[in-house]
Structures are given as structure tokens and as C-alpha cells.
Write a protein that binds this ligand. Sequence first.
Ligand SMILES: CC(C)(COP(=O)(O)OP(=O)(O)OC[C@H]1O[C@@H](n2cnc3c(N)ncnc32)[C@H](O)[C@@H]1OP(=O)(O)O)[C@@H](O)C(=O)NCCC(=O)NCCS
Length: 143
Amino acid sequence: MNEDKDSLTRARERGSHGRQQDDGVLVIRTIAMPADTNPAGDIFGGWLMSQMDLAAGNMAGRVSQGRGATVAVEAMQFLRPVKVGDEVTLYATLKKVGRTSMRIHVDAWARARFSNNAAKVTDADFIFVALDDEGAPREIPDT
Ligand SMILES: CC(C)(COP(=O)(O)OP(=O)(O)OC[C@H]1O[C@@H](n2cnc3c(N)ncnc32)[C@H](O)[C@@H]1OP(=O)(O)O)[C@@H](O)C(=O)NCCC(=O)NCCS
């Protein structure tokens, strides 16, 4: 353990594949498919939320080195629709590490299949709690 680094910096290194994560770490990149649409033919917001939850959960698992669960999602709004065939990319940033919880900000971007331009679709803070084998909150290890 490097004594010069604070616990958030050490936790960020665990959750970031060793990369800088000032603008978020790319955790998931996927393609929006026809099965993910709402009845109007656009991508269902719940699908995007589940991808964001998966991205935050992936980082939370690395940071806390074990299982966990989403306890809250804060401040989500959808800025633009996602269309079938769009490439959807989820970036996660570890904002805070508490005793048993982690606040992870997730940005979702979409790029039309044959375009070079990506645009932000939504973002939100996901709060994960590290859990023990009985499903009770567990302290997040510092290394
Ligand atoms: C996660 C769970 C075990 C937490 O139990 P709890 O009794 O609320 O635990 P605590 O009060 O000790 O809180 C644990 C941590 O979560 C934080 N927390 C709890 N609710 C929160 C909320 N709504 N917003 C932000 N943080 C919250 C607490 O501040 C604490 O953080 P800290 O230890 O870093 O200081 C329990 O709420 C649970 O099982 N929820 C269901 C989770 C789940 O199934 N998610 C998937 C849904 S499909």
C-alpha cells in the first residue's frame, strides 16, 4: 500500500483498471438492439438504466472486492433518445467511498451507427453498498 495516497485515490485505482479516471472509466460499450425498444420503437429507458447499473456495479465490485447492491440512484434525466443500432458507452467515476457505501457517477453516451459523433444521453449517481455473505453491509477494504 502506498501511504502517500488517500483512501479515495487507492479505491479509484482499484476500480479503474489502473487508468486515470477524471472523466470516467469506460466500463461498458454495447449496441442498442431491437429487443431493447419500447412500443414506439425507441430504446427503452429501463434498458439504459440497467446498463448504467451494471457499469456502476462492475466498478463497485472491483473497489469493494466483493458483492454489493444498489441502494439508491440519484438525479437521472434523459437528455435525448437512443435509437436501435446506436453504440452506447457507459463511463463510471468513483466519487466517494464511505464505510460500506460507494457513490459512482455514470455517464451514458450514444453514437449513431454510421456517425463519428457521440452525444451524452443521461447520467446519474449510483450508490452501492458492499455486502457480506448474509447480505448485511460490509466494510470496504482500503487496499
Ligand atoms: C443495502 C442494504 C443492505 C443497506 O441496509 P441499511 O440498513 O440501509 O444499511 P445502513 O443504514 O448501514 O447503510 C449502509 C450504507 O449505505 C448508505 N445508504 C443507505 N441508504 C442510502 C441512500 N438512500 N442514499 C445514499 N446512501 C445510502 C449509508 O449511508 C451507509 O453508508 P456508509 O457505511 O458508507 O456510511 C439494504 O438497504 C438492502 O438490502 N437494500 C436492497 C438492495 C437491493 O436489493 N438492491 C437491488 C434492487 S433490485
